[in-house]
Design a protein. Structure first.
Length: 196
C-alpha cells in the first residue's frame, strides 16, 4: 500500500504523480520503483506514475513530461469543442529550436513557431479526464488553423469556423489582432464574410 502522503498527492493530482513531485514529499525514486514493481503504482512514462485504478490521460502525461508544449490545431479545436473529431494523434506547437524528435517518436504532430510568438494566446483547458493542460485559446487556435489550412482537413477548418462564429464567448477584436500578428488577416476575412 502506498504511503499516506503519496495517496494524498495522487488524489490531489487526479491519480498522477511525477518523480519530482514524489521526491518533494519524501518518496525516493527507489521507493517509486518498488511500488511500481509491486503493482501499487504504474509507470506510464519516464518520471510519471499513475495509480493502478486510474485511466491513463495521455494528453496530461505528455504535458507533464514536456511543459513547453502547447496543444494546438486539431487538438485545440477538440479541447475547445470546435470539432467532434477526437484526435488520433495529438498536435502541439513548440518554440523554434526545441528538439521535437521524441515528440514525433511518440506520434505527436509538431508545429514550430518563433519563440516570441509561442506563448501568444496560451490558455488552460480541461482534458476529458478533468486534468488541466496548456492549449491555445479560441482566437489563436482559429488563426493557427487558417495558417495551416493546407496541412489540415479543410472540412475540419470550415466546421471550426462555423462553430466559432456561433459562440457567445468569441472575441472578434482579439481574433483580428491575432490574425494581423500571424499574417492571416486576408484569408480570415474571407471565411468570416461568409459566416457572419
Amino acid at each position: 500500500m502506498p504511503p499516506i502522503e503519496l495517496q494524498d498527492a495522487l488524489s490531489q493530482n487526479g491519480g498522477v504523480i511525477t518523480t519530482a513531485e514524489a521526491n518533494a514529499i519524501g518518496i525516493s525514486n527507489e521507493r517509486l520503483r518498488l511500488l511500481a514493481n509491486a503493482g501499487e503504482l504504474e509507470r506510464v512514462a519516464h518520471g510519471v506514475y499513475i495509480a493502478p485504478d486510474e485511466f491513463l490521460d495521455r494528453m496530461y502525461v505528455a504535458q507533464l513530461r514536456r511543459p513547453k508544449i502547447i496543444y494546438s490545431h486539431e487538438t485545440a479545436l477538440f479541447l475547445h469543442d470546435l470539432t467532434d473529431r477526437d484526435p488520433i494523434n495529438y498536435t502541439v506547437t513548440v518554440p523554434t529550436g526545441y528538439s521535437a524528435a521524441r515528440l514525433r517518436g511518440d506520434r505527436i504532430n509538431v508545429f514550430t513557431v518563433k519563440r516570441e510568438l509561442h506563448d501568444v494566446g496560451a490558455a488552460q483547458a480541461k482534458t476529458m479526464f478533468g486534468n488541466t493542460v496548456t492549449v491555445y485559446g479560441l482566437e489563436r487556435t482559429i488563426c493557427d488553423c487558417i495558417r495551416s489550412r493546407n496541412q489540415m482537413d479543410i472540412a475540419i477548418v470550415t466546421d471550426a469556423m462555423k462553430r466559432y462564429a456561433k459562440r457567445n464567448d468569441k472575441n472578434l477584436n482579439t481574433l483580428m489582432e491575432m490574425a494581423e500578428a500571424f499574417r492571416v488577416a486576408k484569408p480570415l476575412r474571407s471565411y468570416m464574410e461568409v459566416l457572419l
